[in-house]
Design a binder for this molecule. Structure first.
Ligand code: UDP
Length: 405
């Protein structure tokens, strides 16, 4: 069924719905083009899956296209992605060429005559060089830019300078050396999507059984792409400490995004580490792409872990908070925007294995506290991080940009 704004009335209330329709009034019939590099796996795809239908529902004509690329291209752009988060990169002429060629090749297949163009992350960033610009172009950067690699930044900046506005996920990520206007829009989740909708106990059990996840012990879960910045190896070490005191299971669920060629290697490493450190059967690794499974798993878990070393925002945190789960997460990137330590979740220094383990043990020992924290988590998401709020922010942005016409 086609999603409609009315469906959200019960969750956000009439005032928000009416405000959205008001903000859309001057934009009816405007065309919007979103471009990113994958239809699934990772937060950007998640955001677009729910935002695009709602934009269409309120009267904008919204398209979503995927930048096609060869495996070589995605190897290079994954290196760029990591370097934006602080890794070193050998920025050879060959890499630059491959990056530019793939962007140019795509421009031949994709006609852009929309009123607004939104380019997500660095993979399609250079597209702007290959179009005759007739409209505002928006670069929507989803990663944490605080420790970025300067060389790469300098290379990418030549494209960013052509944009009309840059959107980041936190005030901290605004770049001082970038003369382009910058705004913050927080990411958000769709409370009615298969990943976040209410599930019956029966459906939860069915999915856990299907994916062979026993429920005889408490479940700790981290849902994240197999990416070194999500630190799945660190999670296994945390789990080892927890398990010495309380018997439990760890589930690491990470799909393989088509634009992430490193995930298989990280997965293999994690698998080896878990076999070495932990008794067979107590660490369950899942690589399936399945939204209801993610939903069921988050709901069935006693604690949700997010031990990222870098995190643009962390929709997995938002999703878990929405499900009233106690979340123990690293104090990095966009996570502290969502969690007030001790109030609606817990923040730990990202490298503090013992700190993570002690906090998880405390939660497992105090169910009442876990429940109270979980309730506050859900309310914090309702106020700030639902789809309807992002939609309003984008409508404000389009209204603002259209004033210049
Ligand atoms: N995700 C998923 N299956 C997985 C791993 C992740 O559906 O096996 C989803 C997750 O539920 C969330 C998104 O991918 O919606 C990850 O977004 P986040 O902002 O946490 O991190 P990113 O991958 O964008 O760095």
């Amino acid at each position: 069924m086609k999603p409609s704004l009315d469906d959200y009335r019960e969750i956000v209330g009439d005032r928000i719905i009416s405000e959205i329709y008001k903000k859309a009034r001057n934009l009816y019939g405007s065309n919007v083009q979103h471009i990113n590099s994958t239809y699934y796996g990772g937060g950007v795809a998640e955001i677009l899956t729910s935002l695009v239908p709602l934009m269409n529902d309120v009267g904008l004509e919204t398209d979503w296209r995927i930048l096609r690329g060869t495996p070589d291209f995605f190897t290079v752009t994954k290196k760029f992605h990591n370097a934006l988060q602080g890794d070193t990169v050998n920025l050879s002429d060959m890499k630059k060429q491959l990056y530019l060629q793939s962007n140019e090749a795509f421009s031949v297949y994709c006609k852009i005559d929309h009123d607004y163009v939104i380019i997500h992350d660095s993979q399609p960033l250079a597209l702007i060089k290959f179009y005759k610009k007739k409209q505002p172009w928006i670069w929507r950067c989803h990663v944490d830019l605080t420790g970025l690699n300067k060389k790469l930044w300098d290379f990418l900046k030549r494209f960013i300078l052509r944009y009309d506005i840059v959107i980041v996920s936190s005030e901290k990520y605004k770049m001082k050396d970038l003369p382009v206007e910058q705004r913050v829009i927080y990411p958000s989740i769709d409370p009615l999507s298969p990943k976040n909708m209410e599930l019956s106990d029966q459906t939860i059990s069915k999915y856990l059984k299907k994916f062979k996840i026993p429920t005889d012990k408490p479940i700790l879960t981290q849902i994240s792409r197999f990416d070194k910045f999500k630190d799945p190896e660190g999670v296994i070490e945390v789990f080892k400490h927890v398990k010495e005191k309380i018997d439990c299971r760890l589930v690491l669920c990470g799909n393989m995004a088509t634009d992430d060629p490193e995930s298989l290697r990280v997965y293999e490493k994690v698998k080896r580490k878990s076999c070495k450190l932990i008794e067979k059967g107590d660490v369950i690794l899942i690589t399936s792409e399945n939204n209801i499974l993610v939903n069921a798993l988050q709901r069935a878990s006693s604690v949700i872990i997010q031990k990222s070393l870098k995190e643009g925002f962390g929709l997995t945190v938002t999703e878990a908070l929405w499900k009233e789960k106690p979340v123990v997460a690293s104090n990095v990137g966009g996570i502290p925007i969502q969690i007030n330590d001790g109030e609606n979740g817990f923040l730990i220094d990202s490298t503090d294995i013992k700190g993570f383990a002690d906090r998880i043990l405390a939660i497992l020992r105090d169910k009442k506290m876990a429940k109270e924290i979980g309730k506050k988590g859900k309310e914090s998401v309702r106020k700030q991080f639902l789809k309807t709020r992002s939609l309003m922010d984008y409508l404000d942005l389009f209204n603002y940009l259209s004033k210049g016409k």
